[in-house]
Design a protein around this ligand. Sequence first.
Ligand code: NAD
Length: 503
Amino acid sequence: MSFLEYAPAPESKAILNLRESYGLFIDGEFAGGGGTPFQTISPSDESVIATVSAADEADIDRAVAAARRAYDKVWSKMSGRDRGKYLFRIARLVQERARELAVAESLDNGKPIKESRDVDVPLVAAWFFYYAGWADKLDHAGLGANPRSLGVAGQVIPWNFPLLMLAWKIAPALAAGNTVVLKPAETTPLSALLFAEILQQADLPPGVVNIVTGAGAAGAALVRHPDVDKVAFTGSTGVGRDIAKAVAGTHKKVTLELGGKAANIVFDDAPLEQAVEGIVNGIFFNQGHVCCAGSRLLVQESIHDEVIDRLKSRLSTLRLGDPLDKNTDIGAINSAAQLDRIRELSAIGEQEGAERWSADCVIPDKGFWFAPTIFTGVEASHRIAREEVFGPVLSVLTFRTPAEAIAKANNTPYGLSAGIWTDKGSRILAVADKLRAGVIWANTFNRFDPSSPFGGYKESGYGREGGRHGLAAYLKPASRSLSEPKASRNAETKRSTAKGARA
Ligand code: NAD
């Protein structure tokens, strides 16, 4: 079979106006940090993009103090309506600078421009628009009349959706009246720093959002800071566990969005062409660096061979290469460390007896790359069926009955998402009801909407982001419960006196 050849169609980097080095964004200004600066590189060719400051404990302290001042003096006193105006303004600026943000994200993360342009950045704007609408309607968040904000939120995010995870964290926190210190992942700080410029453009009062760059130690210092009232973390289950221990017994409210090993279940009556697209989207979107990726394909035994044949021929058409090329389907793996992990777990998959097939792609000389890969003959006990590979690797298992599919799908320490492909609505409802996963897609996969809550069971964490539930995670009821510490400094009850924001 021969395929159409595509001429290169790279998105221009000329739209970027990057600085050579970036400081921490504290109290509305960029300034150097006390840690050793580090370089952020493009994973597609290992070239240096910029030098970035690293926050030490004193910087974290300064950032939290700035957030506290902004909370006490400005943000908690401002009316919800005026907070909403700032959020609307941020959303519009994200739209205005969408192309630049998409190019920066693809450059720093390695994801294809068609994903950052058509998925990540539009969703970022949608998240801010959605929560802007909530800012003056907190009485309807499900916590009774006049709910109060929590105070200063310390937020730590991963590298797989750098700007989108930032939006998931910052938008509800601000809408609810909290101020923020956010730490992006060390391999993808760029879009958060451009976002800080957007906050300056939006005239957001200094200190309402602070961005501190650095490695795990900066995140650890942030979540442990005694003046942080709310911890919101997205990342690996191991770090989530460490954070849960660190904040246990303190007054801090916590949400943890952790890993996943989702089952994508395909029944024999499913529309196969659509199911194959859904399987591809489920695991090869964003190189499989997706917490809710459909990394375990559970396919009914009678259609196994047909599904695998169709899948292989579809994967053979995917184009791997320059993330900035508009034709690229599979971009670069985010880091050398992540590539090592994918390689290691794939080698273990072969050693444990699963059969490996990889699409025949030309792998570029420089950068971090991994061809889309399928393992068939996988057993539930194999490590590639149990552990998060977090890469473009699909583990295929089979089942005969719905009961077996449900048992296998739930046989995981995680519980973030799942997919069901079938022609029968009644089967979708019956199976979904028995799956222990926070999000279940039917005849589709990896769909996100700001109004829809997202989060997991078991080792996938606790708490929900998105929708009313995501807002409630940043609020508490007006009446104080007996177990709540007196030191709470919430001043939300005095709101609606501050100066209005321009719309
Ligand atoms: P990671 O846990 O290594 O790092 C996440 C963030 O935590 C980074 O900013 C890192 O610097 C910081 N960090 C590291 N050690 C820390 C510590 N001891 N204390 C505080 N912060 C610390 O995860 P990662 O490799 O960047 O991201 C991949 C993981 O994120 C995967 O497991 C994936 O499933 C998960 N994830 C989950 C969701 C979700 O919504 N459930 C979304 C995206 C990614």
